[in-house]
Design a binder for this molecule. Structure first.
Ligand code: SAH
Length: 301
């Protein structure tokens, strides 16, 4: 029987349910378990079912983690026995820090757009920043990575990554213009008429920390124009035919820059990073260096 809301105790106050008994149980079985007096009667049927589901999920999660761990261990052992490369070792990872890196190219992710994003978009944005970090961390010579305007909702979201404070990133609360010389800044904007040709250690390449699914089309470009900040687009059209929009995600832009900083050609860096659904196909070497739709100036900013 259901009791009134006041009489119901919170599920957390209840004794642990016997998970063996409920493993893989269907709604019907859960109902039976309730009817046969398994639970504390001060709990409603709905609360009881909810509690069972949560407990089942927690148990499943723990089992899943353990299996994943085991699989990972096996894969590692297998790779070792076949003498395959397992990626950089912990020791190497520890030594390839930004400070020790021979690459001094600076890249900043501008997180000043928190208020323009939904919670979901913000969470995606922060995940992409995390991916940039992990790419940089694994690079032999990481780029100098800055996260600027790190003071709003994205900072709260970032806190979900336990220990992020120890990440080898320059987290800065200030806006990028308060950190770098204006003349050194190059804002990366897909709408810019300028096309980047090479990376320079004298410059700071700023990536907009914005996941907007086109809701704020051209925003960073307009802002850069308004504040007289240098801007540039990646030379996508110079090397590739794109069947879809040339607006890339934050982590794709970062990975392309990282590839180029490591000595990759733009074309190879694009082809390595861009997902097939972007429809990136390399241009024929006989084609004109710049396509007719690009009256862009080819610049080294
Ligand atoms: N509407 C947003 C797009 C965000 S995409 C805007 O106005 O910027 C995330 C960021 O990636 C952009 O802000 C830009 O810095 C960078 N980016 C994406 N595609 C790019 C391209 N083709 N060339 C240069 N930068 C690009």
């Amino acid at each position: 029987m259901e009791t009134s809301d006041q009489n119901r105790r919170k599920p957390s106050n209840l004794p642990e349910p016997d998970m063996k008994r409920f493993k893989g149980s269907s709604d019907k079985e859960e109902e039976n378990a309730y009817e046969t007096g398994g639970p504390n009667q001060s709990l409603s049927k709905r609360q009881f079912k909810k509690m069972l589901k949560k407990e089942k999920w927690l148990k499943y999660k723990a089992e899943k983690r353990a299996k994943e761990k085991e699989r990972k261990k096996q894969r590692k052992a297998e790779a070792r026995s076949k003498n395959l490369c397992l990626g950089p070792s912990r020791k190497i990872l520890k030594s390839s820090t930004m400070a020790k890196s021979s690459c001094k190219i600076r890249v900043a992710i501008d997180l000043s757009f928190d208020d323009l994003m939904t919670d979901k978009a913000l969470s995606k944005c922060v995940k992409q920043v995390g991916h940039c970090y992990s790419l940089n961390r694994r690079a032999k010579n990481p780029m100098q990575l800055y996260i600027t305007s790190f003071n709003g909702k994205s900072k709260e979201q970032m806190a979900k990554n336990v220990g992020y404070g120890n990440w080898d990133i320059h987290f800065r609360t200030e806006n990028y213009l308060d950190i770098f010389k204006k003349d050194d800044v190059v804002y990366l904007c897909s709408e810019s008429e300028n096309v980047l040709s090479s990376l320079s250690e004298d410059k700071v390449y700023v990536i907009g920390g914005l996941v907007d699914h086109n809701a704020h089309k051209g925003l960073t470009f307009r802002l850069a124009e308004e504040h007289n900040i240098n801007h540039c687009q990646l030379p996508l059209q110079k090397y590739l035919h794109m069947s879809s929009r040339k607006v890339l995600t934050i982590d794709h832009v970062f990975e392309i820059l990282l590839g180029v900083s490591e000595g990759m050609s733009w074309k190879d860096a694009f082809l390595r990073v861009l997902p097939a659904r972007k429809g990136a196909v390399e241009r024929d070497s006989n084609e004109t260096r710049l396509s007719p739709e690009m009256s862009a100036v080819d610049v080294t900013l």
